[in-house]
Design a protein around this ligand. Structure first.
Ligand SMILES: Nc1nc2c(c(=O)[nH]1)N[C@H]1C(S)=C(S)[C@@H](COP(=O)(O)OP(=O)(O)OC[C@H]3O[C@@H](n4cnc5c(=O)[nH]c(N)nc54)[C@H](O)[C@@H]3O)O[C@H]1N2
Ligand SMILES: Nc1nc2c(c(=O)[nH]1)N[C@H]1C(S)=C(S)[C@@H](COP(=O)(O)OP(=O)(O)OC[C@H]3O[C@@H](n4cnc5c(=O)[nH]c(N)nc54)[C@H](O)[C@@H]3O)O[C@H]1N2
Ligand code: SF4
Ligand SMILES: [Mo]
Length: 759
């Protein structure tokens, strides 16, 4: 089916969309214009220097860059840096925030800043402290920092915690978990808890390995990609090159998304100036615009269609999987009406998808937040992987399951063991116990949501945040602020100021420690891409003059040494990061080659992750399949939100996510031109819904969830599925609490019930 033709009962594709000035394809000349503006500007030389620096791109986990040069991917193809990389670097090469900003502005003034304004203050360049009773941050010296930090961490282990975000290195991540675990705590919350945790949990149970089983090399051999719940044109732009090339070699792309993202219909890639840049390349061969949260129903439908068409590979299932009979039973017994009414996609379209999947030679199933950020996130992952297995598309070249990871080193953090107890690999646990000469604590530990709840209950004394923005990344910003405010001491390690530093203040002491970023660290570091490829990042230097920065590795080792002396390692020696790499080689399965990377400079694919044979890392070697109950997607009524019938209103399923120009909680530009949303306080709605409620485009409405409301929100018409809407985080996080997926701890950011009303 043609993606550009309107689908059954569905809104027209954005090609016909009349939204003011919205482009009719992703990428294209605006990207080149952005490149040109930035690389030719006064910051240009520094920007080029950084782009050419041998280190992995800061932005997403696609993992461009590294030893083969700043523009190279892991199979050696050049011209692979996208403008998101430039965006991220531009933010890091800003001048320092003048000290006067902190000395002269009370926190009440800094709290008025938007995310964009906070980021534009510049780079953090000196350590700062906020003491209870004071109305502002002030400069602090290192001796006092270490004294405060040391006494803050000398608390009962269950009352100390860390949070981390995947921009830092493997080396910092390894040290962080070693420090926290040696102290006897398992409270290692990480941004992945809010992100791909359902993928890790689900895939680990099914295949014995929680990451992508597809290498970039293998993706290039696929003839079909099913791209589910991902806005790759904005968030993983280099993946688009792979999709363009796949279409060119005759392959098919099936997109599954409640929003028709313009760049998934057509994308103009600067990497192919002649064939793609001006006219754009068609991406989706089939666009399935399902209801948010209904992916399990869609995939059970695809399984049913496969069964009915005789396209299920029973020989494969028999030989290489467990529990397949029950999965097939479920597909057989779930009737079409239930499937269609749940996901809202027609049987014809589901059958068309099944036909493509069942007859392609190699299918890669790739997904992002549209799949994981649901209260049945793990089921979503199972249902996709079940579909891969039913068609024999796991454990062979050019096929498999591929979670598209977020932050540039978020996967490295997981590999290094920055996870709560029940998600820690057995091998790492054993290696750490050997190193420590004792057992690790078996207390479960707090993941990110549990950490906020524990803090809110007054159960946390000390928190160290290695990057990130714990305050703004969480649902229910009011609760997040209150919870952080009950912690005695919070230590933030950060490169740039963000909302969390101003709103996430501890009860007694908040310290901000300015750190080097990846291309400035005085030592080599490593990172791991979402494709399981380990990058080596060269040492560098900062452009900041008179700055008092520290590396994350130096701070963590010094703190650890004060707290633990020489136990269980000589922490001071670890300031030379090659010793950390040697320790990693001995502790982390698949990472053996990192032990010699300083000598060989050889970047490598982690062993045991890429499956090109149907022999998986489970005890039996077989993939384990799981039955996936269909979700119940009822919405509350307006009355449940306390809105009387007399007020025109509409209850919708709100998806919350990123605009085109933001990196997570950090906004680079207010609008999203590809979705025609001119500023942050917009709601993207379908014309039918707007008409049904008696609203009109550009009207200002109130959007209310179960934790608060946003007023004067402008209605923008767009190609969202009727009954659903889209808004941007972090601003929207103030209005909802979010249900949590019990198995992974991940909040349902993509299915937030809200009521929209006039006034
Ligand atoms: N430029 C840039 N790059 C980034 C980031 C960034 O903020 N900016 N963030 C990084 C991080 S940490 C992450 S996790 C990734 C995020 O990358 P994505 O996952 O692509 O980002 P989101 O904006 O969360 O949007 C996901 C998509 O899911 C769709 N969706 C929503 N609900 C559903 C659903 O129920 N089912 C399906 N099938 N689809 C749904 C939305 O319409 C949207 O297109 O990007 C990484 N890269
Ligand atoms: N409503 C809603 N909420 C969401 C999501 C959603 O889709 N919808 N997505 C969730 C997802 S997928 C994620 S991953 C989280 C993101 O949550 P986080 O990872 O906690 O947030 P970021 O905005 O990525 O953190 C940005 C900050 O990291 C710091 N930083 C940058 N580089 C470095 C570095 O090299 N070292 C150190 N120490 N600090 C550095 C800077 O100070 C910067 O301000 O948000 C989650 N929240
Ligand atoms: S795709 Fe991701 S890793 Fe590659 S250059 Fe763009 S932002 Fe960086
Ligand atoms: Mo993420």
């Amino acid at each position: 089916m043609d993606a550009q033709k309107p689908l059954n009962n569905q809104p027209p594709s954005p090609i016909e969309d009349t939204t003011d000035n919205a482009p009719n394809m992703g990428g294209g000349l605006p990207v080149i214009q952005y490149w040109a503006e930035h690389t030719l500007s006064p910051e240009g030389p520094k920007l080029w220097q950084t782009l050419l620096h041998k280190s992995a791109c800061l932005s997403c986990a696609w993992g461009t860059g590294g030893q083969k040069g700043g523009f190279t991917n892991e199979v050696g193809e050049t011209l692979q840096r996208c403008m998101k990389s430039v965006e991220a670097i531009s933010a890091e090469i800003q001048p320092a925030v003048p000290l006067s900003v902190f000395e002269q502005r009370p926190l009440s003034a800094l709290q008025q800043l938007t995310s964009l304004e906070a980021d534009r203050l510049g780079r953090l360049s000196v350590p700062l402290i906020h003491r209870a009773g004071s109305d502002r941050y002030e400069r602090i010296g290192w001796d006092e920092i270490y004294q405060i930090a040391e006494s803050a961490f000398r608390q009962p282990p269950e009352r100390v915690a860390s949070y981390s975000s995947g921009r830092s290195s493997n080396e910092a991540a390894f040290l962080l978990q070693l420090l926290i675990r040696t102290l006897g705590s398992n409270n290692l919350a990480d941004c992945s808890d809010l992100c791909h945790s359902p993928s890790t949990v689900g895939l680990k149970q099914m295949f014995g390995s929680g990451t992508s089983m597809v290498s970039l090399e293998n993706l290039k051999k696929a003839d079909c990609v099913v791209l589910i719940g991902s806005n790759a044109p904005a968030n993983h732009p280099r993946l688009m090159n792979e999709l363009i090339q796949l279409r060119e070699r005759g392959g098919k792309v099936i997109v599954v998304n409640p929003v028709v993202e313009v760049g998934l219909v057509k994308f103009a890639s600067p990497a192919f100036p002649i064939k793609s840049l001006l006219t754009g390349s068609e991406i989706a061969s089939l666009y399935l615009q399902l209801a948010p949260g209904s992916d399990v129903a869609l995939f059970v439908g695809i399984q049913k269609a496969l069964l009915e068409k005789g396209l299920v590979r029973e020989d494969y299932l028999q030989a290489h999987t467990e529990n397949w009979q029950n999965v097939l039973e479920q597909a057989k017994n779930t009737n079409w009406d239930t499937i269609i009414s749940t996901c809202g996609v027609s049987q014809t379209e589901i059958e068309a998808a099944a036909q493509i999947i069942g007859t392609s030679k190699g299918v890669v199933f790739a997904w992002a937040m549209g799949i994981t950020q649901h209260d049945n996130g793990v089921d979503n992952v199972y249902s996709i992987a079940n579909t891969a297995l039913l068609t024999g598309n796991a454990g062979k070249e050019g096929a498999g399951t591929m979670p598209i990871r977020g932050h540039s080193n978020v996967q490295g953090f997981g590999s290094m063991g920055v996870v709560v107890t029940d998600r820690l690999k057995q091998e790492i646990q054993e290696a750490l116990e050997k190193l420590l000469g004792r057992s690790l604590s078996r207390v479960p530990g707090y993941d990110t949501r549990a950490l906020i709840e524990a803090a809110d209950a007054g159960q946390i004394d000390t928190l160290i945040c290695v990057g990130g923005n714990l305050y703004a990344a969480n649902p229910d910003s009011t609760q997040a602020k209150r919870a952080l405010g009950k912690i005695n001491t919070i230590i933030y390690l950060a490169t740039k100021p963000n909302l969390g530093h101003f709103h996430g203040l501890a009860q007694q002491t908040t310290i901000i420690i300015p750190v080097f970023n990846r291309f400035e660290n005085p030592h080599k570091t490593t990172t791991e891409s979402g494709n399981n490829f380990v990058r080596l990042n060269d040492e560098g230097k900062t452009h900041l003059t008179n700055a008092d920065l520290i590396s994350e590795v130096e701070f963590l080792t010094k703190l650890a040494q004060r707290l633990l002396g020489d136990y269980p390692v000589n922490w001071r020696k670890l300031q030379d990061t090659q010793y950390i790499r040697q320790l990693i080689a001995k502790t982390i399965p698949g990472y053996e080659k990192i032990g010699t990377i300083d000598q060989t400079q050889a970047e490598f694919t982690i062993d045991g992750r890429i499956f090109t044979q149907p022999k998986f890392a489970t005890p039996s070697g077989k993939a384990k399949m799981f039955v996936t109950p269909l979700p119940q997607l009822q919405l509350p009524s307006a009355a449940d939100f306390g809105i009387p019938e007399s007020i025109p209103s509409l209850v919708l399923t709100l998806m919350t996510g990123r605009s085109y120009s933001q990196h997570n909680t950090v906004v680079y530009k207010p609008g999203d031109r590809y979705r025609g949303m001119p500023h942050r306080n917009c709601i993207l709605m379908h014309a039918d819904d707007v008409e049904r409620a008696g609203f009109h485009e550009h009207q200002q409405v109130t959007v209310q969830g179960d934790a608060g409301k946003l007023e004067n929100v402008e209605i923008i018409l767009g190609s969202v599925r009727p009954g659903s809407a889209l808004m941007f985080y972090p601003e929207v996080n103030v209005i909802f609490k979010a249900r949590i997926d019990k198995r992974s701890g991940t909040p349902a950011f993509k299915r937030v019930p809200v009521v929209v009303y006039a006034g």
